[in-house]
Ligand binder design. Structure first.
Ligand SMILES: C[S@@+](CC[C@H](N)C(=O)[O-])C[C@H]1O[C@@H](n2cnc3c(N)ncnc32)[C@H](O)[C@@H]1O
Length: 369
């Protein structure tokens, strides 16, 4: 195994360990709440007679989430069969205690545990009926434009790339319609989760999870924290025979370098994951066929902004647009700004974050100028 493969294996191991620590991590959070409660004056504890029962219910819900995560972990064995990574990457877990059996496995960091809890929420967005309203606002217009600009015909297939595909629902829906669709994802957390959903889950409403269990704030009622969703709302195995659907792991700009291959690139809540968004614009301009379309929906919450040691350049939409049109020669076909949209937003939370997204369709010129 060379250096890069060794590093990749280590990273995947860290991701698996983080999933494995979900239960312990959640129980620690509950224990902290319990401890703080026990420090209250007993008169206050008496008033809060439903507090400890609520914590018990959180623990039960954590067990339910953990049982689901264990399935995902087990399914990740053999996920990278061709890459030199072996089964030993997934830590051995005692299913009763939820403990990682090998004590030498390092504890997961807070940042990694945030990624685990976000992944749980991502299942709400992509694979629950409750997430449909959120998906409808951003996935639907992308699919509608795709069908209008590049209608399917029996003469030639239409290829669509979805970079930053998360848990894969948008790419799945596009492939289900008959397009040749590839999702691309860089995060091992997302890849492990989407691999499980797309390759191992059969049927609908197979699992019940509590996506908002880690939201200790902004709850109108205790029940809101314990809300459940059933997943998946659609059978991931319902793809018609002969469909062309694949997922490619790796960073978008590194994986896709071959010019003039794709009929369409569809990006949803993705372009702001770049430290330099022009890298994405340039890659898309390169890999689209002449006359191909780029359909984008999302905000500009630059992921690397203000991160230490990251060379993030935060451009406004107008600046990106000017570069797309004047430098890269894209033609603006459609543009809607200020489209209100949410992203893994708990419907009942007392705090709501709404993005005013931009939705655009641009076309690559047929001839280089
Ligand atoms: C905000 S999420 C959006 C996910 C999905 N498109 C959706 O709308 O639910 C951005 C996704 O892009 C992925 N991502 C970030 N940088 C990437 C890169 N360089 N190449 C591929 N994917 C990347 C992240 O891991 C994450 O899953």
């Amino acid at each position: 195994m060379d250096d890069d493969e060794e590093k990749e294996k280590e990273h995947f191991q860290r991701v698996c360990n983080s999933f494995a620590y979900y239960r312990i991590h959640t129980l620690k959070r509950v224990a902290r709440a319990h401890q703080n409660y026990s420090l209250l004056p007993s008169s206050h504890q008496k008033i809060l007679h439903d507090f400890l029962p609520h914590l018990e219910r959180i623990k039960e819900a954590a067990d339910a989430n953990y049982r689901f995560i264990l399935q995902l972990l087990v399914a990740s064995r053999g996920m990278f069969v061709n890459s030199g990574m072996t089964d030993d990457v997934v830590p051995p877990i005692d299913p009763v205690t939820g403990r990682v059996i090998d004590e030498s496995v390092p504890l997961a960091s807070g940042v990694d545990m945030d990624k685990v809890t976000t992944t749980v929420k991502q299942f709400y967005r992509d694979w629950s009926i409750e997430g449909e309203a959120e998906r409808e606002i951003c996935y639907h217009p992308i699919i509608e434009e795709l069908q209008m600009r590049l209608p399917l015909s029996s003469e030639r297939p239409v290829s669509v790339l979805v970079p930053g595909s998360g848990l894969g629902r948008l790419a799945f829906e596009i492939a289900k319609l008959g397009y040749q669709c590839q999702g691309n994802e860089w995060s091992m957390f997302m890849l492990t989760a989407s691999h499980f959903m797309l390759n191992h889950v059969k049927g609908t409403n197979v699992y019940t999870i509590h996506p908002w269990l880690h939201h200790f704030c902004n709850n109108l009622a205790n029940e809101d924290q314990l809300q459940t969703v059933r997943i998946p709302d659609v059978d991931p195995h319902s793809m018609p025979k002969g469909s062309h659907f694949s997922m490619a792991a790796g960073s978008f700009t590194e994986v896709y370098t071959e010019p003039n291959v794709w009929d369409c690139v569809a990006t949803c809540y993705f372009i702001d994951t770049a430290a330099n968004v022009l890298d994405y614009v340039e890659t898309i301009s390169n890999i689209l066929k002449p006359g191909g379309y780029w359909i984008n929906f999302g905000p500009l919450l630059y992921h690397f902004a203000d991160m230490p040691n990251e060379k993030s350049v935060e451009l406004s939409y107008e600046t990106i647009k000017r570069a797309m049109l004047t430098h890269y020669g894209f033609q603006l076909i459609k543009e809607v700004t200020n489209v209100p949209s949410t992203y893994i937003q708990s419907p009942k939370s007392m705090m709501k974050m709404t993005y005013n997204c931009v939705f655009f369709v641009v076309q690559k010129p047929f001839h280089a100028s």
